[in-house]
Design a protein around this ligand. Structure first.
Ligand SMILES: Nc1ncnc2c1ncn2[C@@H]1O[C@H](COP(=O)(O)OP(=O)(O)OP(=O)(O)O)[C@@H](O)[C@H]1O
Ligand SMILES: [Mg+2]
Length: 361
């Protein structure tokens, strides 16, 4: 099913300000759309509006072109998995999964087929007759997903469903959810504040901040072409370095004067109108050239080295005390307090208008 949000706004009763403003979004059939953003930006509010659990203050919500604003939640053909997925403790896993279908007075044979099918996909068949208290957190999480799956909804809504799991299990469930989505093809909307979940699972990411959409698109667009400084800093780990400066005779000169960058010919063209203006350079930690000899280079003192195995993260200090985060391959040797020369991958530099925060190149 195709889900469209047109100029959606939300103002909670008793609140002065709108929690969501002017949300425009199109989620295609079979998309796995991840709504990403910091705590309090309005993700759950938006998901609950799509689910019919929150009223819509303004704008239109369309499912396959049909306006849904006033359609009660139970008639929207959706299933939602909440962050706190309370299972019924006195019921078996089977009965937990069968519950919504029994309530709908579905035939026993159909219920059995659906539960078995979901249990097979989720690999929880051997626990069907256990109580929730007798299975692990990850298994319970799968039961919660199964409970939603058996309803065969047109849209799957999930609100941070993995947040209660430990890191290893979360990683595992991420892959499982992607597989499930591939197998079922159900349009899914998934809320998280975890950029890794968004980057790995989404066919489409919607990044929100302060009640507004900052950018919507494919994961690689977020990494390669962030539309503003907020997006640039939110996606990517370690965080993208932002260096403030000015454009002087076509070159970028950092405020501290210790870094100069000659833009690529393409970037130079886009920077023309910014001559003499405040511009910020964004460079991802993995886009520095270590041992820089060619092009623009700068030297920095290695302050801290974090060894992560396949990469080493360097916290490098410039002479004025400002810090850059540089990622290098794990087998490169760096000692603390050594001075090194670094360069830039000129094709991977992001330029932003410092005043508006918007992307230039
Ligand atoms: N029922 C409510 N009444 C009034 N304000 C609310 C209500 N629910 C949420 N809010 C406010 O709306 C804003 C967005 O909340 P929301 O729960 O949608 O954020 P979120 O992005 O899901 O955050 P988190 O990542 O912490 O779950 C917050 O400022 C919150 O206090
Ligand atoms: Mg939330």
């Amino acid at each position: 099913m195709n889900v469209v949000l047109k100029n959606i706004g939300k103002k909670y009763e008793g609140r002065e300000e709108f929690t969501l403003k002017d949300i425009n979004l199109e989620i295609a059939d079979k998309d796995f759309c991840v709504i990403l953003g910091p705590s309090g930006c309005g993700k759950t509010t938006l998901l609950r509006m799509i689910a019919g659990l929150n009223s819509i203050t303004e704008g239109d919500l369309l499912f396959d072109k049909k306006r849904m604003n006033k359609v009660p939640s139970k008639d929207r053909d959706i299933a939602m998995v909440f962050q706190s997925y309370a299972l019924y403790p006195h019921m078996t896993v089977y009965d937990n999964m069968a519950f919504s279908l029994s309530m709908r007075k579905e035939r026993k044979k159909v219920i059995d087929e659906r539960v078995m099918e979901a249990a097979e996909l989720l690999q929880i068949k051997e626990y069907l007759y256990s109580k929730p208290s007798d299975i692990s957190g990850g298994q319970r999480q799968r039961v919660a997903l199964g409970r939603a799956m058996v309803r065969k909804p047109s849209v799957f809504l999930m609100d941070e469903p993995l947040s209660n799991l430990d890191a290893k299990l979360r990683e595992h469930m991420r892959v499982e959810l992607v597989r499930l989505h591939k197998a079922l093809g159900t349009t899914s909307i998934y809320v998280t504040h975890d950029q890794t979940e968004a980057m790995t699972m989404a066919t489409k990411i919607v990044l929100m901040n302060d009640g507004k959409i900052q950018q919507a698109g494919k994961p690689d667009e977020f990494y390669n072409r962030p539309e503003n400084i907020f997006v640039a800093k939110f996606i990517g780990s370690p965080t993208m370095n932002i260096i403030e400066g000015i454009i002087k005779e076509g070159k970028f000169v950092a405020d501290h004067g210790l870094i100069e960058i000659t833009p690529s010919p393409n970037d130079a063209l886009k920077l023309k109108p910014f001559e003499g203006k405040l511009v910020s350079v964004g460079i991802r930690p993995e886009r520095f050239e270590s041992g820089g000899e060619f092009g623009d280079t700068f030297s920095a003192t290695v302050d801290v080295v974090e060894m992560l195995g396949k990469e080493k993260i360097l916290y490098a200090r410039l002479d004025n005390g400002s810090e850059l985060v540089i990622s290098t391959p794990g087998h490169f040797e760096y000692a603390v307090d050594e001075v090194h020369s670094f360069g830039f991958d000129v094709g991977a530099i992001h330029f932003f208008d410092t005043v508006t925060g918007l992307r230039i190149n």
